[in-house]
Design a protein around this ligand. Structure first.
Ligand SMILES: [Zn+2]
Length: 300
């Protein structure tokens, strides 16, 4: 029996899941993050929820963390969603959890989850895009997550699509996430449908025949397709998957995405590449965190 604990730390909630090889998530808890209470209090509450799931067992722990993570030192370098910088999260969690803890960026582990829990043959290389507050990215190649020399590989949300475009949180202009994140679609919803409107209402409007709503979703799909097309040319992936809160947009985003990716990618690399929504939906990050714990013994 191979089991682990996965913890997916997001801006608004923390999902914890006990995973078992061959079975996926066998028990779970979700708690609010409440980052404003400070990292120590958040860690204590995670420890309490984990204790319920562990029931006295000492399991390895994988942590998927929003923001920039230095996996080697186990520190959260910068997590804008939580307002945390330079937090030694792995060490803090290790103090309240019995098994070994390793942390990694959440989009990287979403990619790892999609890869690990896929039926054989596992798709390799695999590219994951997570569409939330920003646009995250993860790549698995050669059976390993691609992390980069400094831990910042696959920051696909900050590939510049429109050089003169909207100012991005990174200080540059026209990054993919200014066009295709949940935040960008919320903003489009508000300009089209009024104050307080959200991306899901934009999708509902598109379904109902609202031409401008369809155009906004198609524009997000186009922007994603540009970057996905280039990733296909560079990586020749078996599978490109997307997840996140905008998943209900379905083909309103996916059809223009595929079209632009095909237009942009080198044809020999594009042929046979599957581009689709995640098999695991919003669970990809939690499953990836759990799988990161499962393989702790294999990859150090
Ligand atoms: Zn940016």
């Amino acid at each position: 029996m191979s089991e682990a604990l996965g913890i997916d730390v997001g801006g608004t909630k923390v999902a914890l899941g006990r995973v078992r090889d061959g079975a996926g998530v066998v028990a779970r808890r979700v708690i609010p993050t409440r980052a404003e209470e400070g990292a120590q209090r958040v860690v204590e509450r995670i420890g309490e929820a984990a204790a319920e799931l562990l029931a006295g067992d000492r399991l390895p722990v994988g942590v998927a963390m929003t923001g920039a993570v230095d996996a080697g030192s186990g520190r959260v370098t910068f997590a804008p969603n939580l307002g945390w910088s330079d937090v030694p999260l792995a060490a803090m969690l290790q103090a309240v959890l019995p098994g070994p803890v390793r942390i990694e960026n959440d989009a990287t582990l979403a990619a790892w989850g999609e890869y690990y829990w896929s039926e054989a043959p596992r798709p390799d290389p695999l590219v994951m895009l997570t569409l939330g507050t920003g646009v995250g990215g993860g790549i698995v190649t050669g059976g390993r997550p691609l992390v980069g020399a400094k831990g910042h590989a696959a920051e696909v949300g900050h590939v510049i699509v429109e050089p003169e475009g909207r100012l991005c949180g990174c200080g540059r202009r026209g990054c993919l996430e200014t066009l295709a994140s949940g935040t960008a679609l919320d903003r489009a919803a508000q300009s089209l449908l009024g104050p307080g409107a959200r991306a899901r209402e934009l999708v509902a409007a598109a379904e109902a025949g609202h031409v401008d709503a369809r155009e906004e979703l198609a524009r997000a799909g186009w922007a994603l397709g540009r970057v996905v097309g280039d990733l296909i040319t560079i990586l020749d992936p078996a599978r490109v998957v997307l997840t996140g809160g905008v998943t209900p947009a379905g083909e309103w985003i996916m059809a223009p995405l595929r079209e632009e990716a095909q237009r942009r990618a080198l044809p020999v690399a594009f042929v046979g590449t599957v581009i689709d929504w995640s098999h695991f939906g919003l669970d990809a990050g939690l499953l990836g965190a759990g799988a990161w714990g499962l393989v702790a013994g294999d990859t150090g």
